[in-house]
Design a protein around this ligand. Sequence first.
Ligand SMILES: [Zn+2]
Length: 148
Amino acid sequence: MQARSIRTAVALLIPTLVLVGGVRPRAGQGPSAARADMIWLFQNAPQYIAPALSDTWWDELVLACGCVPQTTLEALVWHDAPARGFACPAEEYNANSLCTGQWVSTGDIFIAGRYRLDERVVKHEMLHAMLRTGGHPALFGRLNLGML
Ligand SMILES: [Zn+2]
């Protein structure tokens, strides 16, 4: 769980946005707005140490997933995003909706403050990390971790 500079994180985001960018951009906004939202998050959502409960959730998810995790829990960096939600950087919802969580392929996960102990929100983002995809394959639905 090492801190890294915002500049480095943003540089790492360029390929990331391509990865999560398989989704449709918001009408009239597009990738530059998504990139601005992502930069804002890195600048405004401080890192936090995942609670011990996260270990249990991760282990449960590994078993349920039946997959080979593409990362480890220890490699993930958690960020405390605005409590009620935040503008979704990779928008597959409508422009006015708020995200409660966001996985980034750099290994960063943003969770809206009031959802930090919400099992479904946290596991949803963990599954993105585990599968290393910004998309929502059918497994999300099968595990009752579909679009939140
Ligand atoms: Zn998702």
